[in-house]
Design a protein around this ligand. Structure first.
Ligand code: GLC
Length: 492
């Protein structure tokens, strides 16, 4: 190994502390995979409502108990406590930033849970959090080689370094990972004018009158990564929505690198998963059925081999395909399948799904919550997993499904393109099903074909086998990140 690097992984969510989507899983697994390779990586995230000092083992750091910052001529005080994330091989020091009025006193991470409406002061919240991250490094006297930013919520860090602390962080390189462009909140000029930001930073974030922190991040970060190679191409070719930034992005194409996410084998591994009634592997795949039975008992139904269970685990939004799911549910019910839905999000979706659950009490089951344990039980207990996202930068749940012998049916986009082969296109290597046209008809036709093949247990076992033998190791992604970090650190 070359010289160990020092890396700060800056994020706005991380399992097991706070989870909105896949970023939380990546924020847990990637730093650990990098730590396993002997580097000094630490993580930082805000303290949200519901953090529990005892449960999350959060300890005060005396030196960081008062971090005074002057932002826009106003004094703000942050404090930073210490916790950690770990697996059986590594432990990553985790800094928890307390800014009570901005984070802890609100019930959601980015939006009001009831309405899913973004908080009005999100620009200010995350600007102050970004400032506090740099102050934390300064107070610690720990200036990392790399600051790894994630999505819009930490995308201002490269600009803040450039304009406020150029000397202090003169040796630090910045990487910005885009997990999902369209999840990036945009603001109006009025939203941020009152924040007293350096004129150059505002300029770097504005495009056609719209303020986008991601734009500033793309401008100033030393490298940009996307969570799959395909998503990188989709961004560069503007086949996905980049909030009007295409002309700005195109000339920066050399800064972009696609690095696929992985599956955390400490967390998503049916052989060792503590949440399952019965652990299983490819060799003991028949034991998967005991988990289907357990899922059946949770749903209050009797499970039969010939009745497939289809699952959908997502944050409810139109991009994640909830509209298509709702539209298709009556037809899915007609096939006799059982459909299990787990997730949180927009109230309008919960109302519609709730109504369908009442209408089809023996086939449609919804759980409106984020429940990690139940997510594992559903992955293990279901036969097929539905990924209906219109845009999917990488997608993690379908990867977990592949590892669990739960056959994915997905719209072919982003990470779906490069992670598994469609059985209907290649019956030798196919590990799941895909549909290429985003419509109810095309989705239902694909489901119908999958259900037909499901009846043939030897064909089905082959598909499961193809999926379970695929490997998405975080260790491989970590190596790619490390090689990028090293290149940056060794460049002038
Ligand atoms: C976002 C993307 C998803 C990706 C995840 C983690 O949630 O929508 O595709 O897997 O981030 O990178």
């Amino acid at each position: 190994m070359n010289e160990p690097l020092t890396i700060l992984f800056a994020t706005s969510e991380a399992y097991p502390f706070a989870k909105h989507g896949g970023l939380a899983d990546v924020s847990f697994s990637l730093p650990l995979a990098i730590k396993e390779k002997g580097h000094d990586i630490r993580m930082i995230l805000p303290k949200y409502h519901g953090f529990n000092e005892r449960k999350h083992r959060i300890y005060e750091i005396h030196r960081l108990s008062q971090i005074p910052m002057v932002i826009n001529k106003k004094e703000e005080i942050a404090s930073v406590a210490s916790s950690s994330i770990h697996n059986s091989k590594a432990k990553v020091q985790t800094y928890i930033t307390t800014l009570p009025a901005f984070f802890e006193m609100k019930r959601g991470l980015y939006s009001e849970p009831e309405t899913d409406k973004p908080y009005k002061d999100n620009a200010e919240r995350f600007l102050i959090y970004n400032f506090s991250i740099l102050h934390t490094c300064l107070l610690l006297g720990w200036i990392p080689d790399i600051i790894h930013c994630n999505d819009w919520t930490t995308a201002l860090l490269p600009a803040l370094i450039r304009h406020y602390f150029p000397e202090e962080f003169s040796k630090t390189k910045t990487v910005l990972t885009i997990h999902n462009f369209s999840a990036g909140q945009t603001f109006t000029l009025e939203d941020i004018e009152s924040l007293g930001l350096h004129k150059k930073i505002i300029e770097s974030a504005i495009e056609n009158g719209v303020v986008n922190f991601l734009k500033s991040g793309i401008q100033f970060a030393d490298a940009i990564t996307t969570v799959s190679e395909t998503y990188k191409e989709e961004i560069l070719n503007a086949t996905v929505d980049t909030a009007g930034l295409h002309t700005f992005i195109a000339p920066k194409k050399r800064k972009f690198h696609g690095i696929l996410n992985g599956v955390d084998s400490y967390v998503w591994n049916p052989e060792k998963d503590p949440h399952l009634r019965k652990n299983y592997s490819l060799k003991t795949i028949e034991d998967k059925f005991e988990n289907k039975e357990e899922l059946g008992s949770i749903l209050g139904i009797e499970c039969k081999k010939e009745i497939p269970i289809l699952s959908f685990i997502r944050h409810f939004s139109s991009e994640k395909g909830v509209d298509l799911l709702i539209e298709s549910l009556p037809s899915l019910v007609k096939t006799g399948a059982v459909i299990v839905i787990l997730g949180e999000g927009d109230k309008k979706y919960k109302t519609k799904l709730g109504a369908l659950m009442t209408k089809y009490p023996s086939n449609v089951f919804c759980f409106f919550e984020f429940n990690e344990e139940l997510a594992h039980k559903i992955e293990a207990g279901s036969d097929m997993f539905l990924n209906l996202s219109t845009v999917e930068p990488c997608g993690l749940n379908h990867l977990y499904s592949l590892a669990f012998g739960t056959v994915p049916i997905s719209f072919e986009t982003g990470g779906i393109k490069e992670t598994y082969i469609d059985y209907l296109q290649n019956s030798k290597k196919g590990a799941g099903f895909k549909f290429q046209e985003y419509s109810k008809e095309s989705f239902l036709q694909t489901v119908a074909k999958a259900l037909e093949i499901y009846k043939n247990s030897s064909l089905w076992s082959k598909i499961i086998n193809n999926g379970m033998t695929l490997s998405f190791q975080w260790s491989k992604s970590a190596e790619q990140y490390l090689s990028l970090y090293s290149k940056l650190v060794n460049s002038k």
